[in-house]
Ligand binder design. Structure first.
Ligand code: PRT
Ligand code: ZN
Length: 211
């Protein structure tokens, strides 16, 4: 019996995810070209995927568990269960507008075009605020959308805020805070649940030792 975990194959969560497993005593050979690899230290198999694909893979049981940003989990309306917040990959999803604009509150966005890769989360935020705006879904380079006339504002991931500043934008509303989360297929078989419990126990001791 083995448990399969989906990790981001490259990108911002890859290194911290592997470092967490390593500190939990689960070493994995660094050959990332392999899509699937095994650990000699624990009955676990690592499936490397794009972060976008992780929520669905875990929901369907292609992987039993996975590590993904809460933002991706929410955007994909994922039916997997969140079993643990991991405390790395912290960021927020915010609305930003050209820095010269004056801003008095969310009503600013009424009738505006907002570019984002997170239409589901943005739609929910706008509905809660009772604002009607147009959502321009784009896959990348969201922060240049206002400068090139594709949108009036953006809704995107922010961590330091440096990217906004260098694109002449300012952050005006935060819709959600995100961090990496450990997710699991609902209704795991008992043996797999036992392995997940062991893994969680190890992760929690790593967290205690990190302080
Ligand atoms: O290839 P794949 O599809 O797997 O990766 P990806 O390119 O879609 O995602 P990736 O690796 O960029 O991010 C993975 C996850 O890391 C995100 O889903 C978030 O949960 C988390 N995360 C944490 C971030 C950031 N911090 C972050 N700063 N994701 C993206 N950014 C971007 C931000 O949008 C900005 O463009 O990094 C840039 C720098 O941000 P500032 O504010 O520090 O300038
Ligand atoms: Zn992605």
């Amino acid at each position: 019996m083995m448990i399969r975990i989906a990790l981001q194959s490259k990108g911002r969560l890859n290194e911290d995810s592997l470092a967490l497993l390593a500190e939990a005593g689960i070493g994995i050979e660094p050959s990332k070209r392999k899509l699937l690899s095994r650990s000699d230290d624990f009955p676990i198999e690592i499936l490397y995927l794009r972060d976008d694909d992780i929520p669905h893979a875990v929901e369907r049981g292609v992987a039993d568990i996975g590590i993904v940003g809460l933002n991706e989990y929410e955007e994909r309306q994922c039916g997997a269960a969140i079993v643990h917040r991991l405390g790395f990959g912290k960021c927020r999803l915010s609305l930003a507008i050209p820095k010269g604009e004056s801003y008095a509150g969310p009503a600013y966005f009424a009738g505006k075009r907002i570019a984002t890769s997170y239409p589901v989360i943005l739609r929910k935020f706008l509905t809660e605020k009772q604002i009607e705006a147009e959502i321009e879904e784009i896959a990348g380079s969201v922060e240049i959308a206002p400068a090139v006339g594709l949108a009036d504002a953006i809704f995107d991931i922010v961590s330091s805020g440096g990217t906004l500043v260098s694109n002449g934008l300012k952050e005006v509303e935060t819709a959600m805070h995100s961090e990496a989360v450990l997710i699991a297929t609902p209704g795991l078989a008992a043996e797999k649940q036992a392995l997940l419990d062991q893994l969680l126990f190890r992760i929690e001791s790593v967290e205690r030792s990190r302080g």
